[in-house]
Design a protein around this ligand. Structure first.
Ligand SMILES: Cc1ncc(COP(=O)(O)O)c(C=O)c1O
Length: 455
């Protein structure tokens, strides 16, 4: 056994090291003694194990990313072989894994998206998309503005934070990047719209009006997550993205789809663009691209966009990422995609996700459940108080901890303006079995019932 394996180290010592030096996300560290963080030491399939040896069904796939599940040795072996062969070279030259991965992506991506810029995370993919859109815009009469949506999330870098429409994740860092305009998200639950079709029409009209008020010649792109993930799992009306695509095309505006969460099988299709039948000009991806085994992201564009930067005398795209297209990350991604496609994991996500959705929708009878929405293996349960307002964040956290007591890890998030995190989130590995899906639904039911009964 690896001498550094968790069984042989002093876990209290690791806790002390962590407490002294690791800075954790979304956390006021002064509360750590009262509410210590779990320590995760191992993963296999859909299961992770904590420092005390307790197993949990990880119904968040880490952070919406371990799509093929934990512990696939083939990925580790592919990375090992690549590190021995060539651990590093920048993409100012050709490398085998990057060429192979780009070609594989071009095969499976929707529409005529066929040119791939490699980065290391979703945030970098989004910031790169902004720079591509602006570089394209400069060569198209000086277009530079980007329209994004409230409740959307596009990453932690300044560009992505600027596009993000969640107050809590934007305001602490203002002033942000100029030239960003936000429009409403397709959030049917609190929209007051009489039908999803009406909402889609209303929002397409809003986008059209905003572009016209801003003057179309100044607008480079509209960016959207096909399904808002971290902002509370918000599914759009079925024809919303097609309508938004039409508005963009009419005004010569690029459509950027941020598929960092929705890509690589999560919705039951390989990409949510396929699910909604829409072809973006630019797509951002990360997470499921390597299932988190190594960091990698990508910004992919159509040949039309690419060619604009390759005219006579043009400089090309003025960016370089030291680790973009890292050979080991590309090797991990290639093996990950091979496994995902050979084992038809999107199909499993669709099939098992249907059953999971049916079970979760039954929870609507519990008074604090306001809305249940999702597709494939991406689900959100929005919690409300007696008056129908968002349930306070601490109370939603209580539900999450009751579900954990049942051995299932779920998340919580929301993007409502100044609102609490009141939506339970469920995004397990795509290899989830029907039996595991039933366990997830039962654990959530037990957690909600306990909360409803006063704890
Ligand atoms: C839609 C979307 N875009 C971008 C990002 C940023 O990705 P990363 O955390 O890999 O930088 C995320 C992360 O959750 C995301 O959900």
């Amino acid at each position: 056994m690896n001498p550094e394996s968790a069984a042989e180290v002093d876990l209290q010592q690791i806790r002390d090291l962590d407490k002294a030096h690791v800075w954790h996300p979304f956390l006021n560290h002064s509360g750590l003694d009262e509410n210590p963080l779990d320590m995760i030491v191992r993963g296999e399939g859909c299961t992770v194990t904590d420092g005390e040896g307790k197993e949990f069904l990880d119904a968040m796939a880490g952070l919406w990313c371990v799509n093929i599940g934990y512990g696939r040795k083939e990925v580790a072996e592919a990375v090992y072989r690549q590190l021995l062969e060539l651990p590093y070279y920048p993409l100012s030259k050709i490398t085998l894994p990057a060429a192979r991965l780009a070609s594989k992506l071009a095969d499976i991506l929707p529409g005529n998206i066929e040119r791939i810029w490699f980065v290391n995370s979703g945030s970098e993919a989004v910031d790169t998309a902004i720079k591509i859109a602006r570089s394209w815009g400069r060569r198209n009469g000086g277009r530079y503005k980007i329209i994004a949506r409230y409740q959307g999330y596009h990453g932690g870098n300044i560009g992505g934070a600027s596009l993000t429409g969640q107050t809590a994740r934007r305001v602490p860092f203002e002033p942000l990047m100029p030239g960003v305009i936000h429009v409403q998200a397709p959030y049917f639950f609190r929209s007051g719209a009489s039908s999803e079709t009406e909402l889609a029409e209303r929002l397409a009209e809003e986008l059209d009006a905003v572009i016209r008020y801003e003057s179309p010649g100044t607008v480079a792109a509209f960016i959207a997550e096909p399904i808002i993930g971290g902002g509370g799992v918000i599914l759009p009306p079925a024809d919303y993205l097609k309508k938004m695509r039409e508005v963009c095309t009419r005004h010569g505006v690029l459509l950027i789809l941020d598929e960092v969460i929705t890509g690589f099988g999560r919705t039951g299709e390989l990409f949510a663009s396929d699910l909604y039948g829409v072809k973006p000009d630019i797509m951002t991806m990360a997470k499921g691209l390597s299932s988190g085994y190594l960091p990698i992201g990508a910004t992919a564009v159509t040949d039309d966009v690419f060619q604009v930067m390759n005219g006579e005398g043009d400089t090309g795209f003025m960016q370089i990422n030291t680790y973009g297209g890292h050979p080991a990350s590309c090797a991990a991604a290639l093996k990950n995609l091979e496994i995902m496609l050979d084992e038809d994991m999107p199909q499993n996500a669709r099939r098992v996700g249907e059953g999971l959705g049916t079970a979760l929708k039954k929870l609507k009878d519990i008074p604090c459940v306001g809305d249940v929405r999702g597709v494939g293996l991406l689900w959100g349960i929005e919690l409300v108080d007696e008056g129908g307002d968002p349930l306070p964040g601490e109370e939603t956290a209580q539900v999450v901890s009751y579900v954990k007591n049942e051995g299932v890890l779920i998340g919580k998030s929301s993007g409502i303006a100044e609102g609490p995190s009141n939506t339970l989130t469920i995004a397990p590995p795509l290899i989830l079995t029907e039996e595991q899906a039933a366990r997830v639904a039962t654990a959530i039911e037990v957690g909600l019932t306990k909360f409803q009964a006063g704890g």
